[in-house]
Design a protein around this ligand. Structure first.
Ligand code: TMP
Length: 254
């Protein structure tokens, strides 16, 4: 068996060289981390669920002509993606106050924001991914003003789609994090959605009970993370109701 060339290893995913130039294989691991890597556990099955949930969302976004790096899922843990130059920003979109925003501004968790808010963090583990402004981003050349416009327009479209998708399955999209990259095609370059969208990178609260269906379960030291991610996959119609078999299409929760 050929050993693949590892391109990059992150906390929850590894990137390998792809089968053709300009492609990579994105492998979802079972590692869960919080507090900038200080808390770390292996949660069996998380990578498989995130691969499926992220595939589902990225395929829908592709169908809506929202540009992403996603090509297709390869197997239980891996997807084929387009190689992009990652912009070193975590782009956070918030609809409801929670997490670091609630703490920073003294807002009560669960307060609906006057409008959706986009924040940027500079991706640097040694600095703890600090919050930065558009001024920092353009002054330090992490992205140009035109790229930032594209990133914000893309973030708004992704938020609109995801809010509707999750509301349809009885979940409120509180906030989420995305990453973007530059895709070079011949002479042209465009900004595309990269990385993943899964319960690892979103806050999802049940509309009726307020129960959490995201990585806050792990951050809070509770042990029902896999059950929650499983339920998200089931409600999306990726998993059938009683077992692990995969199906197609979301199930409307009234
Ligand atoms: P925060 O409230 O901790 O800043 O998180 C905002 C959203 O971004 C939340 O949905 C979790 C997600 N997120 C990540 O996916 N990775 C990260 O490293 C951080 C800090 C947040």
């Amino acid at each position: 068996m050929n050993k693949r060339r590892k391109i990059y290893e992150g906390k929850a995913k590894t990137l390998y060289e792809g089968p053709e130039p300009g492609t990579l294989v994105q492998h979802f691991k079972d590692d869960a981390t919080a507090a900038n890597g200080k808390k770390h556990e292996i949660i069996e099955g998380k990578g498989v669920l995130n691969n499926r949930i992220s595939e589902f969302i990225f395929q829908k976004l592709n169908d809506l002509t929202i540009p992403t790096h996603f090509i297709r899922r390869l197997n239980m843990r891996e997807q084929l993606i387009k190689e992009v130059e990652i912009i070193p920003l975590e782009i956070i979109v918030r609809n409801i106050a929670a997490g670091s925003l609630a703490k920073r501004l003294g807002l009560e968790e669960g307060t609906r924001l006057p409008r959706s808010i986009i924040e940027f963090c500079y991706k640097d583990d040694t600095l703890g991914d600090p919050l930065v402004s558009e001024e920092h981003i353009t002054a330090f050349g992490w992205a140009t003003p035109a790229e930032l416009d594209d990133i914000m327009a893309l973030s708004v479209r992704v938020n609109d789609y995801l809010c509707g998708l999750f509301m349809g399955i009885g979940l409120k999209l509180v906030d989420f994090k995305i990453e973007c990259g530059r895709l070079f095609e011949g002479e042209t370059m465009r900004i595309v959605l990269a990385d993943e969208i899964s319960p690892d990178s979103c806050r999802l609260w049940d509309v009726k009970t307020g129960a959490k269906f995201d990585k806050d379960i792990f951050r809070l030291g509770e042990d029902n993370l896999i059950e929650a991610y499983h339920e998200v996959a089931q409600r999306l119609g990726i998993l059938s109701e009683n077992e692990n078999a995969f199906t197609v299409g979301p199930r409307l929760v009234k």
